[in-house]
Design a protein around this ligand. Structure first.
Ligand SMILES: Nc1ncnc2c1ncn2[C@@H]1O[C@H](COP(=O)(O)OP(=O)(O)OP(=O)(O)O)[C@@H](O)[C@H]1O
Ligand SMILES: [Mg+2]
Length: 374
């Protein structure tokens, strides 16, 4: 089923929790909603499930208007954030629940339900646990049962809200690849919420990055990493140096950095932030350079340097392959030329605006302004 979300708004009293969400999810796609706490992920998922309604906007699934359909008629399987199984029911009865509450006309026979439960237990790789109660299961096993329960009704759309949130990192990793296999086998359109980046990028066909009730970017892991759409996304991905620079006629002014390899950028004049990943920078010995190595540490096959460049706070992080450096790796105190080979640039409107707060900190210099803008 293809999901078409247009202009969805949701307000709770004066708070705008979703501020115009437009999103198309393809038939059979596994999409992840990723974003900080409070960005509106659960709210959007609840609207898809029919547990909540928007104040404005449209929601169509294969051309059917879902806002006119109540939850039971949408045929969605839902695994909630902090999901709890029915504690007084066996695992098998928990899985069968969605089928047993159907009206008689559409309810499968007892033997058909038993067959389907056995099949799901097998698929979840817990074939012998049907007779146990939830309290007798591990966390990972409980999540499998919760998912089996959501799948029992053969949902057209599967909605998962941080289904592995409470589990250890190693179990999460196992469940992640297992979920991907099940998704591929069943071909169910799946929307998966997480605030774990690694989980989203590893699992999903496309990742939807949300912030404060808006979508910042939609794309594959490669697309988002190669071309983050905004400073928010570049910052959210982490791992990049964020360097305040000035742009004039498409050219960057960044005293102390060698940016001659970056070419021109199509953004307006004014203050901007240059995002450069540690491995996109190289260092060259240069006794007359203002920058100086502050620390050297091992990072797998790389050496990681922090470099103090006057005018930039905090120090710039650089990673270079140990192999390329050979025996003449730099040492603390060495003066170096800092060369950027690739970067993303976003204007920093908050530093351009002549607002009183910026004027107040101007005397504190660049670093004080940077702290303010974070
Ligand atoms: N019923 C409600 N009444 C008032 N405010 C609400 C309600 N439900 C959600 N909110 C607010 O909407 C915002 C978004 O909440 P939501 O649960 O969608 O975030 P989230 O992205 O799922 O966060 P998390 O990662 O912490 O689960 C939050 O600020 C929350 O306090
Ligand atoms: Mg949530």
């Amino acid at each position: 089923m293809a999901i078409e979300i247009q202009g969805i708004e949701r307000r709770f009293a004066a708070t705008r929790v979703l501020r115009g969400i437009d999103l198309s999810i393809r038939d059979g796609e596994l999409a992840a909603l990723l974003g900080p706490s409070g960005s509106g992920k659960t709210t959007l998922l609840r609207i898809l499930a029919g547990l909540d309604w928007p104040n404005a906007g449209a929601l169509h699934v294969d051309d059917a208007n879902w806002l006119a359909l109540e939850a039971q008629r949408r045929g969605v399987g839902f695994v909630f954030q902090n999901y709890a199984l029915f504690p007084h029911m066996s695992v098998a009865d928990n899985i069968a629940f969605g089928l047993t509450i159907r009206p008689r006309a559409t309810r499968p026979s007892k033997s058909e339900i038993a067959r389907r439960v056995a099949e799901l237990l097998e698929m979840m790789q817990i074939p012998d646990l049907g007779g146990r109660f939830p309290a007798q299961l591990s966390g990972g096993q409980r999540q499998r049962v919760a998912l089996a329960r959501a799948l029992a009704i053969e949902p057209k759309v599967l909605l998962l809200d941080e289904p592995f949130g409470a589990l250890d990192a190693s179990i999460r990793k196992d469940l992640r690849s297992w979920l991907r296999q099940i998704h591929d086998r069943l071909g169910t359109t799946t929307v998966f919420v997480t605030h774990d980046q690694e989980e989203a990028f590893e699992l999903a066909d496309r990742v939807v990055i949300m912030s404060e009730g808006r979508i910042e970017q939609v794309g594959s892991a490669e697309e988002i990493h190669a071309r983050p759409a905004s400073a928010f996304v570049a910052r959210f991905l982490g791992d990049a140096n964020e360097l305040p620079v000035t742009v004039q006629s498409g050219r960057i002014r960044a005293p102390g950095l060698d940016i001659t390899r970056l070419g021109r950028f199509a953004i307006g004049d004014g203050e901007a932030d240059l995002f450069v990943r540690p491995w996109e920078i190289t260092l060259e010995a240069d006794a007359s350079a203002p920058a100086r190595i502050e620390s050297v540490s091992a990072a797998g096959a790389n050496l990681r340097f922090t470099v103090d460049v006057p005018g930039y706070e905090p120090p710039v992080t650089v990673e270079m392959p140990r192999r390329d450096l050979g025996d003449d790796a730099f040492a603390r105190g060495d003066r170096v030329r800092v060369i950027a080979h690739a970067a993303r640039l976003f204007s920093a409107p908050e530093r351009n605006a002549p607002s009183p707060s910026v004027a107040d900190v101007a005397a504190g210099g660049l670093s004080a302004q940077r702290r303010l803008s974070i």
